[in-house]
Design a protein around this ligand. Structure first.
Ligand SMILES: [Mg+2]
Length: 398
């Protein structure tokens, strides 16, 4: 079938076509080559961005940042590429299934690598069919997605005044929702509880300073980064209640899940979490247990764009909102936005604010953020390419 007539038919009867059916009819578009670029960002980690090339000259983009082990991510990318080379870009489910069966697929690095390659496939599929990627996920319900500014990676010093100053910058830049994780100085090991009270007091003071800086009409989100025991967490929620939080995130670790459930039941504050939970299978128990009110799958860590769509569907069934987690490069932000825009139960998307001044220029066109919203592209695929000049000056091919 000619591409034009296929597209015409596909637009008229979208449910009649699965991606593998399209793959059989649209010839070409086989995966040929992968490029991986590392861009130094800050003490919290680098960005790893991908370009996946097809035999006929299309270029798809993905984000493989923040697995915690970039060297292992790069090794996994090279291993997983063998599952794609010479294969159709449309066979996304086949790739996902093969990646999950490949050696070492349980590591965080392998999941991030497979997810990033999957982002590339959806970018390529949109380009090959001449539609924005969000069309492949059911069409956008909104022309832009609301963002919150995570100032935790840029606030310096990490004092009430330091957090307040960065929050004011984010509000000036147009953001009306601000997140910080003011308890990062607390020990991650929950068995070491000596001298934590001054650190809790300092964190609460940082949260209060940001609330005062942004005023009562902007949203304040606090991430506890799992630094609390259940009893400490219940006490924390009571102390934070007067700050009128939009949400309180991950007070205790994801395991045992009963601690999150207990805190969620005990507080009037909305709770959020799930950034490290993988796949529909992981979120099924997380959502069913009532661990949080708002699910936070990350398109790099949960399995990819299609996994986000599926996780959002089970959350929708449970009456829950979805707010994709995502300190990410602009590539990851744009990719997440394409799916987020299609979700009936989407709430707000994360944006790491103020990490580097050249952030928006990584992509062409520059990252489309205006007034605290990420504007959805109407170009085919994800609608971005990488800025060659910026790659030449800042990136290392790995
Ligand atoms: Mg978090």
């Amino acid at each position: 079938m000619q591409r034009r007539s296929l597209l015409k038919g596909a637009m008229a009867m979208p449910l009649a076509y699965s991606l593998p059916a399209i793959a059989r009819q649209v010839r070409g578009h086989e995966v040929a080559k992968l490029e991986v670029f590392r861009l130094p960002v800050n003490r919290r980690g680098d960005w790893l961005v991908l370009r996946l090339h097809t035999s006929d000259g299309l270029v798809g983009h993905g984000d493989a940042s923040h697995s915690g082990n970039d060297a292992a991510t790069v090794a996994a990318l090279k291993q997983l590429l063998s599952l794609l080379q010479g294969e159709s870009i449309f066979e996304v489910e086949r790739f996902r299934a093969a990646a999950r069966k490949s050696p070492g697929s349980d590591s965080a690095a392998a999941v991030v690598a497979a997810s990033a390659l999957e982002h590339c496939l959806w970018d390529l599929a949109g380009q090959a069919l001449g539609v924005p990627t969000h069309v492949l996920f059911g069409e956008a319900l909104r022309p832009s997605v609301d963002l919150y500014a995570n100032i935790n990676r840029s606030a310096d010093p990490r004092t009430p005044a330091g957090f307040a100053a960065m929050a004011e910058k984010a509000v000036t830049a147009g953001f009306s929702a601000i997140k910080l994780a003011p308890f990062d100085a607390m020990p991650a090991n929950l068995d070491r509880r000596t001298a934590v009270q001054p650190l809790i007091d300092q964190g609460v003071a940082c949260a209060a300073a940001v609330r005062q800086a942004i005023g009562p009409h902007h949203k304040l989100l606090i991430d506890a980064h799992s630094r609390f025991t259940r009893s400490e967490g219940e006490a924390l929620a009571k102390r934070l209640a007067p700050l009128d939080l939009f949400w309180l995130e991950e007070v205790t670790p994801a395991e045992p899940i009963e601690d999150l459930v207990a805190i969620n039941r005990s507080t009037v504050i909305s709770t959020a979490g799930g950034e490290s939970v993988r796949y529909v299978s992981g979120f099924y128990d997380y959502i069913r247990s009532g661990a949080v009110d708002i699910a936070m799958p990350d398109i790099k860590a949960c399995g990819g764009l299609l996994e986000l769509k599926k996780i959002a569907a089970i959350a929708e069934g449970a009456g829950m909102r979805v707010s994709p987690h995502g300190p990410a490069s602009p590539v990851g932000g744009v990719a997440a936005a394409h799916v987020a825009a299609t979700l009936p139960n989407f709430d707000i998307l994360e944006h790491a604010f103020g990490e580097v001044p050249w952030r928006a220029d990584l992509t062409v066109p520059p990252e489309p953020i205006q007034g605290g919203k990420l504007l959805l592209s109407t170009r085919s695929g994800l609608g971005i390419s990488l800025n060659e000049g910026l790659l030449a000056s800042r990136a290392t091919a790995v």
